[in-house]
Write a protein that binds this ligand. Structure first.
Ligand code: 13P
Ligand code: SF4
Length: 325
């Protein structure tokens, strides 16, 4: 629904100038601009297919940190493009739709979080990368869903920790590490929409299916999962597992890569609580191939960050990259 409404929202002048073959026009622009297109697995299939690199949040940050391109076109959401800009202040970083935000990042406003942090002065702040640059600037270490457990395990056992903003990932990390942490109570509207009851009904219809889930899901969903991991980890797992049917409890955009990787296996999206498409991330789906092309052609919308915020947000991201190798 969002993608269609949004494509319709393109200016008439923009629509008139769209080339017939968007794929080859984007390939030409990549060469002209010396641009790289980085895409998250939750992007629509066409965007995934035109991308130079598709990955999870950690892989995308690692690519952004090492790219030699002059222009980074980020097919993902705002906090991801912002991370790329923090790592590359002198490069042009484009996001096809600046409205592509994140409910989880929105659930942690910097003012309130600053007071929360002040109330726990002896705690180290670990923030999930799904947060704004301002929250990153208030953090000591950034993590993603693929390295959160690894990072927490590297800290001395007596170190007190605040984990923000995702309460579900935080709880999962506490279970995996046996550590107590103070959790900020944020969450993702997509991963909290899955219905445990409907998923179990689906499992009864397909008893041979394994359930794979992202750690942003609620405990009720995670407790039935055969495997829990980041999007990249889920993709690797379903590729290597003997099972050939999976119920996928994360944003269904990833199923495009799962099917490409193993066309003979079957992937069933986990159902949302309501009768809606709420398991699709409305922010990720704001980006379209048309908008990606126009962003490259017009070199806008561009990501900008205040230098003082950028300087403070860089150190915790670099710490994450060092602790992930
Ligand atoms: P990963 O890319 O780390 O798997 O996280 C998924 C997500 O929700 C991104 O917004
Ligand atoms: Fe944010 Fe959730 Fe969308 Fe990921 S899936 S970008 S956490 S709203």
């Amino acid at each position: 629904m969002f993608a269609t409404a949004n494509a319709a929202a393109l200016k008439t002048t923009d629509k008139a100038t769209l080339p017939k073959d968007l794929f080859s026009a984007i390939e030409d622009l990549k060469k002209d601009l010396n641009a790289v297109v980085l895409a998250h697995y939750y992007q629509e299939p066409d965007i995934q297919d035109i991308a130079d690199y598709i990955g999870d949040s950690l892989g995308l940050s690692q690519q952004a940190a090492s790219t030699k391109a002059d222009v980074i076109v980020f097919a993902g959401v705002h906090f991801m493009a912002e991370t790329a800009k923090i790592l590359n202040p002198d490069k042009l970083v484009l996001l096809p739709d600046l409205e592509a935000g994140c409910s989880l990042a929105d659930s942690c406003p910097p003012d309130t979080f600053g007071k929360f942090k002040s109330a726990h002065p002896d705690h180290l702040v670990i923030s999930y990368i799904n947060c704004t640059a301002e929250i990153k600037a208030l953090s000591d270490i950034i993590c993603t869903s693929s390295n959160a457990v690894k990072i927490v395990n590297q800290l001395p056992p007596e170190q007190k920790i605040i984990f923000a903003p995702d309460r579900n990932l935080g709880r999962y990390v506490m279970e995996q590490t046996g550590r107590d942490m103070v959790l900020w109570q944020g969450s993702c509207i997509v991963h909290e929409t899955f219905s445990e009851k409907k998923m179990l009904r689906l499992k009864m219809e397909h008893p041979d299916a394994e359930i794979v889930a992202h750690p942003e899901c609620e405990a009720g969903v995670l407790r039935h999962a055969n495997y829990i991991g980041s999007t990249t980890a889920l993709l690797k797992y379903v590729g290597g597992a003997e099972c050939d049917r999976f119920i996928v409890a994360t944003e269904p955009g990833i199923i495009h890569q799962m099917e490409k990787q193993t066309p003979k296996k079957h992937f069933i999206p986990a159902p949302p609580e309501a009768n809606c498409a709420c398991n699709e991330c409305p922010y990720m789906r704001l980006n379209t191939l048309e908008k990606l092309y126009l962003a490259m052609k017009n070199k806008t919308p561009e990501i900008t960050i205040l230098p003082e915020i950028r300087a403070k947000a860089l150190a915790p991201i670099q710490r994450m990259l060092e602790m992930s190798v």
